[in-house]
Design a binder for this molecule. Structure first.
Ligand code: SAM
Length: 341
């Protein structure tokens, strides 16, 4: 449906409550799928407000389940709502909702991790990357086991402007376990600063909007939940390929309590390790005794740029994996031992 179509009323007609839907379709939450539902429509409205103005918007909701957030998205005026739900038990309830909002809801029964979003919406909604974000939003309350791999996939797509980012700087409003939300937004020097903080913040503006206590969900999870909003940056803070940035950041944080040179050393083959680490840190002008959480995004940029220069000089460097070198070394030790026996 055209996202720009005029609409007079967005409100849904009277429907069974979410609790009634759950009873009607026998939708008991499955613990093994980490299903925790939001039944309070004031709370789902509050989450939706964090996404911004949804009037006439295109929205992809991931994991709609019994449809609490879905109703709030429709009541906020979304014109084209695509829901992606893995569990077939929820499809009849979602169809009921779709009948109550004719022409505004499309249902995909599938796994969002495998779903390609690059052709899911009409091409005319696309904006140039440098312009304001498109009127397209991704919203979801997903299980924690899905939201973390999914945000990593979406950050990679943000970097390459693929997937939902073929339409421009698509905004995301997602829930995470509170600790993960804190890591995503952690500033330089904070206890929660981690790999995820750098990967999210070099590509986007990330804000934790508010925390939802675990008791607000049915059934109650063991943890509280953070609602996090992402807006892709026009100009990422680091202008290197995602995989290169990821490799540098992963190496730095593998020894998070040690000086940063320790993790960086593992980017290089043993024979050249000390010399090249020194060269990398000198060229990036980064203090080797900094601890990983104390490294700023601009220092990560300098490290990624310096590592990229070294990779251009030695084409085998980027594919070097210290674990593989270690494995080969152990294997040849074992062989020598066997031959001696
Ligand atoms: N949005 C609903 C709410 O807030 O009440 C349900 C939230 S529940 C935590 C997560 C939902 O995501 C469930 O409906 C579950 O079946 C669905 N889900 C889990 N993994 C999924 C995946 N890989 N792709 C799509 N949906 C998924």
């Amino acid at each position: 449906m055209a996202a720009s179509g005029k609409m007079t009323s967005f409100r849904l007609p009277p429907l069974p409550t979410i609790s009634e839907i759950i009873k009607l379709y026998n939708l008991r939450a499955q613990k093994q799928l980490s299903q925790n539902f939001l039944l309070d429509l004031r709370l789902t409205d509050k989450i939706i407000r964090q996404a911004g103005n949804l009037r006439n918007a295109c929205v992809c909701e991931v994991g709609p389940g019994p449809g609490g957030l879905t109703r709030s998205i429709l009541n906020a005026g979304a014109a084209d709502l695509l829901v992606v739900e893995k569990d077939s038990r929820f499809i009849p309830g979602l169809k009921l909702l779709s009948e109550a909002a004719p022409g505004r809801v499309r249902i995909v029964h599938g796994d969002v991790l495998a779903y390609g979003m690059n052709t899911a919406f009409p091409a005319h909604i696309a904006k140039k990357w440098e312009e304001e974000p498109p009127n397209l939003h991704i919203i979801g309350n997903l299980p924690f086991s899905v939201s973390t791999p999914l945000i990593i996939k979406w950050l990679e797509e943000m970097a390459s402007r693929s997937g939902p980012f073929v339409y421009g700087r698509t905004r995301l409003t997602l829930t995470f376990q509170k600790e993960v939300a804190e890591r995503l937004t952690a500033s330089t020097g904070s206890r929660q600063r981690s790999r995820l903080s750098i990967m999210a913040q070099y590509l986007s503006t990330v804000n934790t909007c508010f925390t939802i206590p675990g008791r607000a969900f049915v059934p109650k999870p063991d943890v509280d939940v953070g609602v996090v909003h992402f807006t892709p940056l026009v100009q990422p803070h680091i202008q290197q390929p995602f995989k290169l940035v990821e490799k540098v950041v992963r190496n730095v944080f593998q020894f998070r309590r040690k000086h940063c040179h320790k993790g960086l050393e593992m980017l290089f083959p043993e024979a050249q390790r000390l010399r090249m680490t020194e060269e990398l840190l000198r060229s990036a002008d980064v203090d080797p005794t900094l601890r990983p959480p104390d490294i700023s995004i601009s220092q990560f940029r300098a490290l990624a740029d310096a590592y990229s220069r070294l990779c251009r000089e030695d084409h085998t460097l980027f594919s070097y994996d210290f674990r593989e070198e270690l494995r080969q070394k152990r294997q040849s030790h074992r062989q020598v031992k066997r031959q001696r026996r």
